[in-house]
Design a protein around this ligand. Structure first.
Ligand SMILES: NC(=O)NCCC(=O)O
Ligand SMILES: [Zn+2]
Ligand SMILES: [Zn+2]
Length: 484
């Protein structure tokens, strides 16, 4: 059964033009004028764009003694409602657990997904078993990214030697390491000091994680990646110090990518000084929200290309879950939602204000990450042969964000009361119309796992360069006799 999206303007990362899009069997089969099919979707006045890809979500994540509240059904439903058609979650092995066993657990959870998904594998401990299993993760399970937490001491955190070993293994396998870059040792010490001084409220979460601990860790991860000869992707880049380290590395020819979150771009640190404990605790996430100056730096990075991707780190906890930390901010589960709001908030605060163009919007919400994850042009493109993961985006449609009308399972929204302009008229996941003018028609279990091959081009280029510039013994003639 063919579907035609008719009368819209196609917007991709590099082109804007008027054409219809014909879909058959979940794929784009034709692009051009005056197309017809069994079903027609009216896109007049709309932009027809690749569906959003959110490479950073935590659905039903076991974390800080609880589980994040959105599972693969409600989380992907929220994604589709906001124009996002693929998510990438993080598989988190327990300490000592086999990576492959952990993957079975994630496979089971994800069967309920309503849109396509993939996983990053987290390296939460190190040993020969992990070293060996990383190969199977890449070659048999279609996962080409490995996440490293430099924070969450005593839980998910790995040390520099473990990171260097894992990054080096990534280099051998053609995989890409990811880092949560905050100095976990310094954060733990600062948290303890703040508690000793009686600072137990959610604002202390922000005090304990200043921009410098993120900048230092980002720089350290970049240097470790360079020594290991591997590219690096820095998740939730929230401040100028981290951005500056990424910019500098890129200027020096390193392949380092930075991912600001929509929350850091649009919400600031004043949220933590609200008199209402719940208000502040609901916004506790790591890294914390920053000042307006840091926000300006992130926006500039998106416009100039030194930062490449806007994600959400969707990790939603209910107010009751947040209240676990009523007397100790260290126990407030870290994380916020945003899956449904990423595209409308970025359009409103980015495109509508002129901070980024429509094409840059597509690049940072979809195409760039599709290329980084090595799934382009199956995803992230409006091209014949691509999956029909499409958002028909109406720039004149507006709403006020409210928990009362959201898809996420939690009881609040960190963007509550914000007016957005620009919303999906239709969201299609592999050709299936899951969102139609605000009506949610998602199908549980429709989502497929997207396998991702390793990166032959980047790894080959980097290993060629490393080989050319490797330390070499200088062959000398006429070596003087020993003076002894
Ligand atoms: N970001 C956050 O606070 N929670 C989710 C886990 C992580 O990404 O660090
Ligand atoms: Zn993180
Ligand atoms: Zn995260």
């Amino acid at each position: 059964m063919t579907t035609v999206i008719k009368g819209g303007t196609i917007v991709t990362a590099d082109l804007t033009y008027m054409a219809d899009v014909k879909i058959d069997g979940g794929k784009i089969v034709e692009i051009g004028p005056n197309l017809s099919g069994a079903t027609t979707l009216d896109a007049s006045g709309c932009y027809v764009m690749p569906g959003g890809i959110d490479p950073h979500v935590h659905l039903e994540m076991p974390f800080m003694g609880t589980y994040s509240a959105d599972d693969f059904e409600s989380g992907t439903r929220a994604a589709l409602a906001g124009g996002t058609t693929m998510v990438v979650d993080f598989c988190l092995p327990d300490p000592g657990q086999s990576l492959l066993d952990a993957l079975k657990r994630w496979d089971n959870k994800a069967t309920r997904a309503t849109c396509d998904y993939s996983f990053h594998m987290a390296i939460t401990w190190w040993g020969e078993q992990v070293f060996n299993e990383m190969k199977a993760v890449v070659s048999h399970h279609g996962i080409n990214t490995f996440k490293h937490f430099m924070a969450y001491k005593g839980a998910l955190m790995v040390n520099d030697d473990e990171m260097f070993a894992s990054f080096s293994r990534c280099a051998e396998l053609g995989a890409l390491p990811l880092v949560h870059a905050e100095n976990g040792d310094v954060v733990a010490a600062m948290q303890a000091k703040l508690m000793d001084e009686g600072n137990n409220g959610p604002e202390a979460h922000a005090y304990s994680r200043p921009a410098s601990v993120e900048g230092e860790a980002t720089n350290r991860a970049i240097i470790i990646a360079d020594m290991a000869g591997v590219p690096l992707y820095v998740v939730h880049t929230s401040c100028e110090q981290a951005h500056e380290a990424i910019r500098r590395a890129r200027q020096n020819g390193m392949r380092v990518y930075g991912e600001p979150l929509i929350q850091h771009l649009t919400l600031d640190e004043s949220e933590y000084f609200d008199k209402d404990w719940d208000h502040s605790a609901r916004r506790v996430m790591s890294p914390p929200f920053r000042s307006k100056q840091h926000q300006d730096s992130l926006w500039a990075g998106l416009a100039s290309g030194s930062l490449q991707v806007v994600a959400t780190d969707h990790c939603a906890f209910t107010t009751d879950q947040k209240r676990t930390g009523l007397s100790d901010f260290r126990k407030i589960p870290n994380g916020t939602g945003g899956l449904e709001d990423r595209l409308p908030m970025l359009w409103t605060h980015g495109v509508a204000t002129g901070r980024i163009t429509m094409n840059e919007f597509v690049a940072v919400t979809s195409t760039n990450i599709a290329k980084i994850l090595n799934i382009y042009p199956r995803k992230g493109a409006i091209l014949v042969g691509a999956d029909a993961d499409i958002v028909v985006f109406d720039p004149s449609k507006s709403k006020t964000i409210s928990a009362a009308t959201q898809q996420s399972a939690i009881d609040y929204n960190v963007f509550e009361g914000k007016q957005v302009i620009g919303l999906p008229r239709y969201t299609l996941t592999r050709g299936f119309v899951a969102i139609e003018d605000g009506a949610v028609k998602t199908r549980e279990g429709h989502g497929h796992f997207v396998k991702r091959e390793p990166y032959p081009a980047v790894s080959k280029a980097l290993s060629n360069w490393k080989e050319l510039t490797a330390p070499r013994k200088v062959e000398r003639s006429g070596i003087p006799a020993s003076g002894v």
